[in-house]
Design a protein around this ligand. Structure first.
Ligand SMILES: [Zn+2]
Length: 216
């Protein structure tokens, strides 16, 4: 497959990028200033499928790869090339870019260790401010379905996981979370992850114990 590349000059995108990198460096405690991520803007569903090498769902409008690149659908193509028929506001689009960049920061911090999908997405949602566009759940009852996949029937990992990360930060602090993420090096599976989580946070990853803290 052959693609034609061109640099894009766009003040809104450049400022969004700069601000996101600064804030994510601050959150993750990293100083990523050299070989910073590249952002690729795609113009159609067709291009998304070709670059991603799969037939994507129509809600997929961005992703991060394993080579420090992120890919997002063009701001003006949301209505026609995705299921987001109302389009994205500038704030939503800013959050989308920050979400994808956040995935790259987490990969650097945890260096290839096992990360449950709910934590990967939860951190990207929380750090990008996407919780602001979602309804806060009264209780958690589904994010733990997502350890190694994104979708189960009609439920998605994006509903609750950002609010669970918010709870961890609010109740236990950001430093503890960053320390926990760094301590994941060498963790290879769900069992090891869950054990490390409960010894760090002193509660188990089940809805009873999670909601106990959430509703307290
Ligand atoms: Zn994501």
């Amino acid at each position: 497959m052959i693609f034609e590349l061109r640099q894009k000059k766009n003040k809104f995108l450049e400022e969004t990028y700069k601000k996101s990198m600064k804030e994510l460096n601050g959150f993750y405690g990293i100083n990523w200033v050299k070989n910073t991520p590249k952002v690729f803007i795609l113009n159609s569903r067709d291009d998304i499928n070709a670059v991603k090498n799969e037939k994507t769902e129509d809600w997929v409008v961005g992703w991060a790869d394993y080579g420090n690149n992120i890919y997002v659908l063009d701001y003006t193509k949301m209505k026609t090339e995705s299921s987001h028929k109302d389009g994205y506001s500038k704030d939503q689009y800013t959050a989308l870019i920050k979400h994808e960049l956040s995935h790259l920061f987490l990969r650097i911090l945890t260096n290839g260790s096992y990360i449950p999908t709910w934590l990967d997405e939860g951190l990207a949602i929380y750090t990008s401010g996407q919780n602001n566009f979602k309804i806060e759940p009264e209780k958690f009852n589904q994010f733990l379905n997502f350890y190694s996949k994104h979708i189960e029937k009609d439920k998605t990992v994006y509903y609750e996981s950002g609010f669970f990360v918010l709870m961890l930060v609010k109740r236990f602090g950001k430093q503890k979370l960053i320390k926990f993420l760094k301590s994941l090096k060498g963790v290879n599976n769900k069992k090891e992850f869950d054990n490390l989580f409960s010894s760090t946070y002193k509660f188990k990853l089940n809805y009873l114990e999670v909601n106990n803290i959430y509703t307290k």
